[in-house]
Design a protein around this ligand. Structure first.
Ligand code: NAD
Length: 532
């Protein structure tokens, strides 16, 4: 049996259990007592403090500094590139069995200390307990899954053998051979994760690159570099050799291009916005002086995801799924369902149910486990509020539309009705708690409108008619399609995740072929007999 089939998802913690509640509260208090510390770069195991620092803030409490993180410039970036290039010479020769050991150990320790990682995310990203715990669970899953996948990749299926039984009178026999197809590492990878899954995506993109034998420069998001540092510390704790993982926080606008352009960079594993992803894709395509390869780019980008509802659907369930897709983690998931396209005969009924459901959401700090928390920062706050103003002109405001407490970056869950498919709020990724409801003539028109986007990440279709479900499965153009469910919440291994078109380069994180992106196949043929 393949190793991958022994994988099981990490269960989510039930915080209604008093023991779990007490434990997370204790960890939150502990983390709060550790806020405001300094965090250096880590290059070749060496701690480097820079003069300039990034102030990482709690988005739910703007005056609370989570940590001061050193910000690398191009000098430090070059140093990290040199270290990663040099370390690649030894790390790429370490057997897969030894490489996977570091992932299994890291996941074991993270599982033991999961509330600690969860608590750091609550402070640094504004997630509530459930969202942060799911993030930690996903990080554990990625490490467990990719370690197993690497064991299988190191032991690939046998190739076709040369037929030894040809009639030598009629045909020329070929010599016997030993043939092996091996997946070898690429080189130095620049890993650039976003802030919205500050542990899961960071851990998944780092460990998939490392376990396949590459060395990594990790440039975390400016907004969540402290949790990035915590992960790097964990990898040091499990004994990962120095120089394999280099921690290079800094501003994307200052060191991003430098890292992407460098002839020493072999691949870029990016997750973030469409604008940054397409910039990286374009720059990486240019062969620089001294560069000896074509760079690989794996880019997971934005979405304009949506839920489609026909008149036969369970409308109560559909409304609940629309609300959790739109407002889970304040709509700041790449999979967030910011559009609901509803067949007109049930539009009014569904709209009323959606508004009622969303009214139940209470807003407040992640630390106190409110359903709705803040958006990530001032920039995001301004952008989302800007879209709300656009929405007020384009459509009909049904709920919210205002900022919440200015202690943090709070925005009310906001719903617009009668959004049409040419509206900006229908077409552009908002990445905040804003949902648009759109009427469709019938289910076919609803699917057509759903597809009227340049993105293609997630979607959901609600109906009870089997033929329509089959049609939706065939025709809705997205990487992750859910039937009679919400359009968020992918599980590693169960729902390999990634989008098409302007949502990304078609890879599937947490899927059976993900590691192949970070390897190159090498065919090894050894002649065994003396036939010529
Ligand atoms: P972003 O593009 O602003 O930043 C992502 C990362 O890119 C950060 O680390 C940033 O510092 C870095 N960066 C910025 N400029 C750069 C440059 N010129 N060169 C190299 N790196 C640079 O995105 P964000 O706001 O952090 O994340 C939100 C976006 O991520 C949303 O669009 C969301 O849909 C998307 N996302 C996609 C997925 C997915 O799996 N498809 C998952 C999570 C988030």
């Amino acid at each position: 049996m393949k190793n991958i089939y022994t994988f099981e998802n990490e269960p989510f913690v039930n915080f209604k259990n008093p023991k779990n509640k007490t434990e997370i509260e204790a960890q939150l208090n502990d983390v709060q007592s550790k806020l405001g510390k300094q965090y250096p770069l880590v290059i070749n195991g060496e701690r480097i403090k820079t003069e300039r620092v990034i102030e990482s803030l709690n988005p739910g409490k703007k005056d609370e500094v989570v940590g001061y993180v050193s910000a690398a410039g191009t000098k430090e970036a070059e140093r990290a590139l040199n270290v990663a290039s040099e370390t690649f010479k030894t790390w790429s020769k370490v057997p897969a069995k030894e490489r996977v050991h570091y992932l299994f150990e890291a996941s074991r320790i993270m599982r033991e200390r999961k509330h600690e990682f969860t608590a750091w995310m609550v402070f640094e990203s504004g997630k509530n307990w459930l969202e942060a715990d799911a993030d930690t669970a996903e990080a554990i899953d990625f490490m467990e899954y990719y370690a197993r996948q690497m064991l299988d990749l190191a032991n690939p299926e046998p190739l076709i053998q040369i037929n030894p039984n040809v009639d030598p009178d009629m045909y020329r026999p070929l010599p016997a051979e030993d043939n092996k197809l091996e997946y070898i590492p690429l080189g130095v990878g620049v890993v650039i994760p976003p802030w919205n899954f500050p542990l899961a995506i960071l851990a998944g993109t780092v460990t998939s690159a490392i376990v396949t034998g590459n060395t990594v420069i990790l440039k975390p998001s400016e907004l969540t570099s402290v949790i990035g540092y915590k992960f790097v510390e964990l990898m040091e704790e499990v004994g990962l050799p120095k120089g394999v993982l280099n921690f290079l926080p800094g501003y994307g606008s200052e060191i991003g291009d430098y890292l992407v352009d460098s002839p020493k960079t072999r691949f870029i594993s990016f997750t973030g916005s469409r604008a940054t992803g397409t910039r990286i894709y374009e720059r990486a395509a240019k062969v620089q002086p001294g560069q000896r390869w074509l760079k690989t780019v794996v880019a997971e980008m934005g979405g304009k995801d949506g839920v489609v509802v026909d008149e036969t659907a369970d409308l109560d369930q559909a409304a609940k799924d629309i609300v959790s897709s739109a407002f889970g983690f304040q709509g700041q998931k790449c999979s967030a369902g910011s559009r609901a396209i509803i067949v007109e005969s049930v539009y009014d009924e569904v709209a009323a149910k959606v508004v009622d459901e969303a009214k139940k959401l209470v807003m407040g700090p992640g630390k106190d486990n409110f359903e709705m928390g803040p958006v990530s920062d001032q920039k995001s706050f301004d952008k989302v509020m800007g879209y709300i103003e656009v929405g007020k002109k384009e459509a009909e405001l049904l709920l919210g539309g205002e900022a919440g407490s200015d202690e943090g970056y709070y925005i009310e869950p906001t719903i617009f009705g009668n959004v049409v498919e040419t509206d900006r709020i229908f077409q552009e990724e908002i990445f905040g708690p804003v949902l648009g409801l759109t009427k469709a003539k019938d289910y076919k028109d609803a699917i057509r409108q759903y597809n009227n986007t340049e993105y293609g990440l997630t979607g959901a279709f609600h109906s009870t008619v089997e033929e329509r479900i089959e049609e939706a499965l065939e025709d809705m153009q997205c990487g992750n399609l859910y039937i009679n469910k919400k359009c968020t919440g992918a599980l590693v291994g169960v729902h390999p995740f990634g989008g098409y078109n302007m949502s990304g380069t078609d890879s599937k994180a947490g899927g059976p072929d993900y590691l192949l992106y970070f390897t190159q196949p090498k065919m090894k043929t050894r002649k065994l007999s003396n036939l010529s």
